[in-house]
Structures are given as C-alpha cells and as structure tokens.
Design a protein around this ligand. Structure first.
Ligand SMILES: [Ca+2]
Ligand SMILES: [Ca+2]
Ligand SMILES: [Ca+2]
Length: 147
C-alpha cells in the first residue's frame, strides 16, 4: 500500500472517530435530563435508607418523641465518631456546618445534641412535640429538593 493511501485511511478513520465521538456527545446531552433523574432517584433511595423512622421510634407508636430522637442522637454520635475521640470531625457528619456553632474544627457531643434539637424543632412542623412519619417524610423531601 502506498503511504498516501495509508494516510488517507488513517484520516478517514480519525474522521469517523471524531464523528462517532461527537455523535456520542450529542446523545449524552440528550440523555442529560434523564440521567439527572436517575441521580435523583439514587439520592431518594439513599435518603429513604437514612430515613430510619422505625429505628428511631423505639416504642413503635409511630411517633418520634424528643427523648427518642435524643437517644438515637447519642447512638448516632458514637457511630459518626469513627475514630472515637469524642469529637465529630467535618467529614464525619453531613450537618457539620449547621451544627458547629463555635466554628472550630469539630463537633462536641454538646453541639451535636443541640444541633439535633434544632433539627427536631424544624421537623416537628405542627409543633406537637413529636415527629410523625409524615413530618419526617416532608423533612426528607425538603432535603432532597434543596440539593
Ligand atoms: Ca415513639
Ligand atoms: Ca465545634
Ligand atoms: Ca409533630
């Protein structure tokens, strides 16, 4: 084969690769919103998993009282404090910024408990002192919509 022929084949190949790739891009752009929906679904699933209502509702009366929420918080603090130094570091809690009232590099148990109290108040939208499943779901949905 002549060199020029080889070159033209290579050129054609390159060209088709470019066309193919840009077609691929086009497709992925079109699939964009659908892919985003997929991500949202995953987030929803993950949030549902985190929405462990019955785990917090220890007496299973379908209401989470402040006490139940607080005692779950203590368990949660221990769980989140992976290196068990009695402090929650930034990467150990998704609500870090919100809970970290003294703006140092960690959450003390006190800050964590306080933060959860604030969270409880936010979740208890009808302010009857307990969180029912509906209030919990509303709170979770709000989180999903926020981000
Ligand atoms: Ca309960
Ligand atoms: Ca702190
Ligand atoms: Ca309530």
């Amino acid at each position: 084969m002549k060199l020029t022929n080889k070159l033209s084949i290579i050129t054609i190949l390159l060209f088709s690769i470019i066309i193919f790739t840009s077609c691929g891009d086009d497709k992925s752009k079109k699939a964009g919103p659908a892919a985003q929906e997929e991500v949202k679904e995953v987030v929803k699933e993950e949030t549902k998993k985190a929405n462990n209502f019955s785990k917090i509702d220890t007496d299973q009366d379908k209401k989470i009282t402040k006490d139940e929420f607080a005692s779950y918080g203590k368990t949660s603090f221990t769980e989140k404090d992976k290196n068990a130094n009695g402090k929650i570091e930034k990467d150990e809690c998704p609500n870090f910024e919100e809970f970290n009232t003294d703006e140092d590099d960690f959450l003390s148990e006190e800050e964590f408990v306080k933060g959860r109290e604030t969270m409880f108040a936010k979740m208890d939208t009808n302010a009857d002192g307990s969180i029912d499943k509906e209030e919990m779901d509303m709170f979770m949905t709000a989180i999903i919509q926020e981000g």
